[in-house]
Design a protein around this ligand. Structure first.
Ligand code: GLU
Length: 601
C-alpha cells in the first residue's frame, strides 16, 4: 500500500513540475514509507507495523535487550494490530540466549476451559459440527489467553526491564492514537457484520456504523487504561482480578447489541469459561524442536504447535536432495511434496498430547528417508498422501489416507528482534481469525480470541485416533512456527509469519529460498509463495503460478490465492552486522529497523 502511495506522490510531483494544476487532494504530503529492509548493527527489529517497530527499536536504543524490545513491540501490536494479536490471545515465543548459548521457548497458547468436551463444537440439535463462523463468533471458541503471562514470564527469565515499563509506550500509543491505514480499515470492514452484533465492538471499531476513515487518528482509551492497570497492579488483575471477571462475563454473556449493525446468520452462543479457568492458566516451557539441515541447527516450537515438527520433518526430507543442482521449478516440486508428506504426519500424529517419543521419531533422519522415497521427480504424488508410521523401523514406503487442509486464514502477527549482545527473539502471536471471536471485552478495549476453533470439530482420521479433538484444559494444535537457525552454534537466521496452516509452508519455503536457492533474506521473504498441505490442490500466489506453473512436473493443481503470509526475519552477518527484513508488499508491507545503520550516514 505505502509503496503505491509513494508512487502516486512521485507522479503528482512530476505532473506539477510540468505545469499541470495541483490536484485538490494533494495538500497532505505522503507519509514516509515503511522500510521493509534495514542493514546495520547494535540491534534490529522487524514487525508488520512501523509504530511497533519504532517502539521496539527505542527499547533497544535505551539499553534494553531483545526480550524487552519484543514485549514492548508486541504490546504495541496489541494496539495497532488488534485484529491479529493482543492480551486476549496467545502465541509462541522462541528465544536464543547468548549467555547460555541455548534456545528456549514459551508456550503461551490458549487453553480450553474446564467445561470443554470433545463434542463442544457439535450442534446438539443436529448432531453436526458447527460451521466455522458459527463456532468462531461465540463464547465457545474462546480459549484462556496466554499472551500476558508469556510477556511476564519472558521478562522474569531473560528481560532487563519491568512489564510496567514496557507497557507504557503501548499505552501511550493507545491513548494518543495512531493513523488508520488501509489494512486496519479493511480488516474492520471484512468483519462488519460480526463486529456489528456486539455493543462494545461496534462502539470501538464501527463509530457511526462504519470503520474509521483511512488517514484518521484512532484511539483506544479503554486499552490504554487496561495496560496501565496491569502496569500498576501486575498480571493478577487480569488472571485473578477485575479484568478477568469482565473477560469471563463476556464469554458467558456475549455483549449483544440492542441494535445490531447488519445481519448475522447464526445464533451467538455463550460458553462456560470461568474465573477459575483464568486463575489456573500457566505458560509452559517446552524444549524446542531441533533438526539439522545442511550443517545448520534449526530450532522451532514444539507441541501444542505443529510448526517445529512439521518444518523439521520437511527439511529432513529435503536434505536428501541437492536442491541447488536442480532448476528452481524442480526444487519447488520437491518443496511442495515434502510439505504434503509432513502435513500428512502432522494431521495424523500431532496435537497437544502427542507423546514425546512420537515427536522424536517424526524428526529422525531414518524416518525422513522412508518418507522421501515416495517423492517422484517426474510427477506430483496424488493427494492426499498417507501418513507414515513413525515406529523406529524404517526402510521401504508406507500407505493409508488422511487430509485436513481446512485452515488457510491469514490473521496473526509475527516479530523478530536481535540485540547487541547476540540474543534473538522470534515471536508469533495471535487471536486466531482476523478479528478473533468479534467480542471486545466491555470497558477493557481488547478483542477475545477464537483459538479453540483450531481444534478439529469432529474426528478427521477415520478409524485412527485424532490428536486434535477438544478436551478440558487442552490446547488446540497450532501451526505457528517461529524458527531460529544456528550456524556453528551462533544465531544465523530467525524467521516467522502468520497464515494459519500456511505458516508451516511459508517458513519452510523461506528457509529453502535462503539456504538452498541462493537468495538474500529480503529476497527469500519477497519471493512468490505456494502452500501444499496434503490437499488436492496447492494454493499459489499469482506470481508463483506465472514463474513455475509451466515447468512443474505433471500432477500439481495450483489454486490462485492473492497472498500467503506476512513474514519477518533477521539474519546475523559477520562482524555484528544484521539484516532485518519484513514484507515489501504483502498485507500492506512491514517495517524493519536497526539501531545503527550500515553504512553509517
Ligand atoms: N490459529 C492459527 C495457528 O495457531 C494461526 C492463525 C493465523 O495465523 O491466521 O496456527
Amino acid at each position: 500500500m505505502r509503496p503505491r502511495l509513494l508512487f502516486t506522490a512521485t507522479i503528482a510531483l512530476a505532473t506539477m513540475a510540468a505545469g499541470a494544476a495541483v490536484p485538490a487532494q494533494a495538500a497532505k504530503p505522503a507519509e514516509p514509507p515503511k522500510e521493509p529492509v534495514a542493514v546495520g548493527y547494535g540491534g534490529a527489529v522487524s514487525t508488520v507495523d512501523e509504530t511497533a517497530t519504532a517502539v521496539g527499536l527505542d527499547v533497544l536504543r535505551r539499553g534494553g535487550n531483545a526480550v524487552d524490545a519484543a514485549v514492548a513491540a508486541a504490546a504495541t501490536l496489541g494496539v495497532t494490530e488488534p485484529f491479529s494479536a493482543g492480551v486476549g490471545g496467545g502465541g509462541f515465543f522462541v528465544y536464543y540466549d547468548a549467555k547460555s548459548r541455548r534456545v528456549h521457548t514459551i508456550d503461551g497458547r490458549e487453553a480450553a476451559p474446564a467445561s470443554m468436551t470433545a463434542t463442544s463444537f457439535t450442534n446438539p440439535a443436529t448432531g453436526q459440527p458447527y460451521a466455522f463462523d458459527e463456532a468462531r463468533i461465540s463464547g465457545l471458541s474462546v480459549g484462556v489467553p496466554g499472551t500476558l503471562l508469556t510477556w511476564r514470564d519472558a521478562l522474569a527469565r531473560w528481560g532487563s526491564r519491568s512489564l510496567a515499563q514496557l507497557l507504557t509506550p503501548a499505552a501511550r500509543v493507545a491513548e494518543k492514537g495512531f493513523t488508520v491505514d488501509e489494512t486496519f480499515a479493511s480488516q474492520i470492514a471484512a468483519n462488519r457484520n460480526a463486529f456489528g452484533q456486539f455493543s462494545s465492538t461496534s462502539a470501538l471499531y464501527l463509530p457511526g456504523g462504519q470503520p474509521p476513515a483511512v488517514g484518521s487518528t484512532f484511539r483506544n482509551r479503554d486499552l490504554a487504561d487496561t495496560y496501565r492497570l496491569i502496569a500498576e497492579r501486575g498480571t493478577d488483575v487480569f488472571y485473578r482480578g477485575e479484568v478477568g471477571r469482565d473477560l469471563a462475563a463476556t464469554v458467558q454473556h456475549p455483549p449483544l447489541s440492542a441494535r445490531p449493525l447488519g445481519a448475522w446468520p447464526y445464533p451467538i452462543r455463550p460458553a462456560g469459561m470461568t474465573t477459575a479457568d483464568l486463575a489456573g492458566y500457566r505458560t509452559r516451557f517446552p524444549a524446542p524442536t531441533r533438526s539439522e539441515y545442511r550443517g545448520l541447527e534449526v530450532y522451532g516450537m514444539s507441541t501444542p504447535s505443529s510448526g517445529g515438527v512439521a518444518v523439521g520433518e520437511a527439511l529432513n526430507i529435503l536434505e536428501r536432495y541437492d536442491l541447488r543442482s536442480m532448476s528452481v521449478a524442480q526444487a519447488m516440486h520437491h518443496y511442495l511434496e515434502a510439505s504434503a508428506l509432513a502435513f500428512a504426519d502432522r494431521n495424523r500424529y500431532v496435537g497437544d498430547h502427542t507423546p514425546s517419543g512420537v515427536l522424536r521419531e517424526l524428526l529422525r533422519d531414518g524416518y525422513a528417508k522412508e518418507r522421501a522415497c515416495l517423492i517422484d521427480a517426474a510427477a506430483a504424488l496424488p493427494k492426499p498422501v498417507a501418513p507414515g508410521v513413525p515406529d523406529g523401523a524404517y526402510g521401504g514406503c508406507s500407505a493409508a489416507p488422511a487430509a485436513d487442509t481446512r485452515d488457510d486464514r491469514k490473521s496473526t502477527t509475527n516479530l523478530t528482534v536481535a540485540d547487541r549482545w547476540g540474543n534473538v527473539v522470534e515471536y508469533t502471536l495471535t487471536i486466531e481469525a482476523t478479528g478473533g471471536n468479534g467480542m471486545v471485552v466491555p470497558g477493557r478495549g481488547f478483542l477475545l480470541n477464537n483459538e479453540l476453533t483450531d481444534f478439529n470439530f469432529a474426528p478427521t482420521q477415520g478409524s485412527a485416533p485424532d490428536p486434535n479433538l477438544p478436551a478440558p484444559g487442552k490446547r488446540p494444535r497450532s501451526s505457528m512456527a517461529p524458527t531460529i537457525v544456528l550456524a556453528d552454534g551462533r544465531p544465523f537466521l530467525a524467521v516467522g509469519t502468520p497464515g494459519g496452516a500456511t505458516i508451516i509452508t511459508t517458513v519452510l519455503q523461506m528457509l529453502v529460498n535462503r539456504i538452498d536457492l541462493g537468495m538474500s533474506l529480503p529476497q527469500a521473504l519477497a519471493a512468490p509463495r505456494a502452500s501444499q498441505r496434503n490437499g488436492a490442490s496447492t494454493q499459489a500466489e499469482p506470481a508463483f503460478i506465472t514463474a513455475y506453473a509451466d515447468d512443474l512436473p505433471p500432477g500439481h493443481v495450483l489454486a490462485s490465492t492473492a497472498e500467503l503470509g506476512a513474514a519477518t526475519g533477521i539474519e546475523l552477518l559477520r562482524n555484528g552486522r544484521m539484516v532485518a527484513a519484513a514484507e515489501p508488499v504483502r498485507r500492506g508491507g512491514g517495517a524493519a529497523a536497526v539501531v545503527g545503520r550500515w553504512p553509517q550516514h
